[in-house]
Design a protein around this ligand. Structure first.
Ligand SMILES: NC(=O)c1ccc[n+]([C@@H]2O[C@H](COP(=O)([O-])OP(=O)(O)OC[C@H]3O[C@@H](n4cnc5c(N)ncnc54)[C@H](O)[C@@H]3O)[C@@H](O)[C@H]2O)c1
Length: 392
């Protein structure tokens, strides 16, 4: 008989995701005492007492800093996220950001809003005033993309389609990302090279030690006169004081960002949006659907896709009897696990083991039902963090 899984949701999760968990197999709710998995968006889980029953956490979004990932790794619990599910939403906002600045749209809209519709001269004032907002077109200008991951690649592709020249910088670009880039994208070898050559510079790196304040006083020395800097990455990837100085010196024409910090907000050359990058219906649906599928695949079959702390591993079922083991990545674990199975008279039909950093994960299909004693003996091996028996 199929197992019933209990799913605790800590935030409003899109129906597009929840309906991937069939009601006959899944009980989903906000008051589940012993959940098998937790689905979360931005709720802070650091102070939460996460029940021992939890086998997986699914974050319907990209960042996982609201989740105690390290503590979950120590318990052998994967934390899934939805990389790329919001990339199109961010890409479209970046294009909007370039247009907002190139066509002076925020100033133009403020000008129109301030006109009195009852003023008989209003239409004349519109015609007289419009010269103050004349802009330029994106086509023919150069966009520099820093960070060519899920979002950066889509931005580069869209800009090429709009007739722009594109250069990209990403020293750690993945093979998949490189394949997905249009051939017209030129490779830059440094942030400085991008700043020197681009009319628009768009940042798409994660915030990490290596990227903190990557646009700073030194790199802005190279910036092309009148360039527009777009930051839909994170506030901390630019040195805001240096950006403001470059704006005041008119080296930078405009800073378009998704992070209206007290430093930049209100500056006349700043266009700041309220962290809207991923705020679309479609992105929320995509994230929820992706993460629900991944959690379901893990709970039912032990497969792992897009966990931030586990290796990716998918093994098609060849038997109804599967064991999934999370263990420390130390020598002789597979040997000890195989011995424990042999001692329980279990014949291994298929086995897959992968590791990532300190974490290793093993899927084993066996030819017969697994007694609870065998599960317990594997769980007792030093270094084993979690064991699950997954009968089909
Ligand atoms: N504004 C928003 O609402 C919003 C929404 C989603 C994501 N984001 C931000 O966008 C970032 C990128 O998202 P993604 O989905 O494209 O991530 P991703 O992991 O697919 O891509 C990040 C890319 O940055 C590259 N990179 C890392 N360090 C670099 C460095 N020092 N120089 C150049 N490139 C470097 C990586 O190699 C990778 O290709 C996220 O980390 C997040 O901070 C913002």
């Amino acid at each position: 008989m199929a197992r019933n899984f209990q799913i605790l949701v800590l935030n409003q999760i899109s129906q597009a995701g929840l309906k991937r968990l069939p009601a006959e197999q899944y009980t989903v709710g906000k008051d589940i005492a012993a959940p098998d998995a937790i689905l979360v968006r931005s709720a802070d889980m650091h102070k939460l007492d996460i029940p021992a029953s939890v086998r997986a956490i699914g974050r319907a979004g990209a960042g996982t800093n609201n989740i105690p990932v390290k503590a979950m790794s120590a318990r052998g619990v994967p934390v899934f996220n939805a990389p790329g599910a919001n990339a199109n939403a961010v890409k479209e906002l970046v294009i909007a950001g370039m247009l907002l600045s190139a066509r002076n749209l925020t100033g133009a809209m403020r000008f129109v809003t301030a006109l009195d519709p009852k003023d008989p001269e209003m239409e004349k004032k519109v015609e007289d005033g419009k010269k103050n907002f004349a802009g330029y077109e994106l086509a023919g200008h150069t966009l520099g993309v820093i960070g060519l991951g899920k979002i950066g690649c889509l931005v580069a592709d869209a800009a090429i389609k709009l007739g722009m020249h594109v250069m990209g910088y990403d020293p750690e670009i993945t093979v998949d990302a490189a394949w997905s880039l249009p051939s017209q994208v030129k490779k830059a070898n440094s942030v400085a090279e991008v700043l020197k050559n681009a009319n628009f510079v768009s940042l798409h790196v994660p915030l990490a030690d290596a990227t903190r304040k990557m646009v700073n006083e030194q790199s802005l020395e190279h910036v092309r006169h009148g360039a527009v800097l777009l930051n839909f990455s994170r506030e901390g990837v630019v040195d805001e004081a240096a950006v403001l100085a470059a704006l005041d010196a008119k080296k930078l024409a405009c800073y378009v960002c998704d992070f209206p910090s007290p430093h930049v907000n209100g500056h006349p050359q700043v266009i700041a949006l309220p962290h809207l990058g991923a705020s679309t219906r479609e992105a929320e649906d995509n994230c929820a659907a992706m993460v629900a599928d991944q959690v379901r695949d893990y709970l039912e079959d032990g497969n792992v896709q897009n966990a931030v702390n586990f290796p990716n591993i998918t093994m098609p079922r060849e038997s109804s009897f599967r064991i999934a083991i999370a263990n420390a990545n130390v020598p002789n674990m597979v040997g000890q696990i195989s011995t424990a199975m042999a001692n329980a008279n279990l014949n291994i039909h298929n086995m897959m083991n992968k590791s990532r950093g300190d974490m290793a994960y093993t899927l084993v299909d066996v030819d017969s039902a697994v007694p609870q004693a065998a599960v317990e003996s594997i769980a007792g091996i030093e270094g084993v963090l979690a064991v699950r028996y997954l009968p089909a």
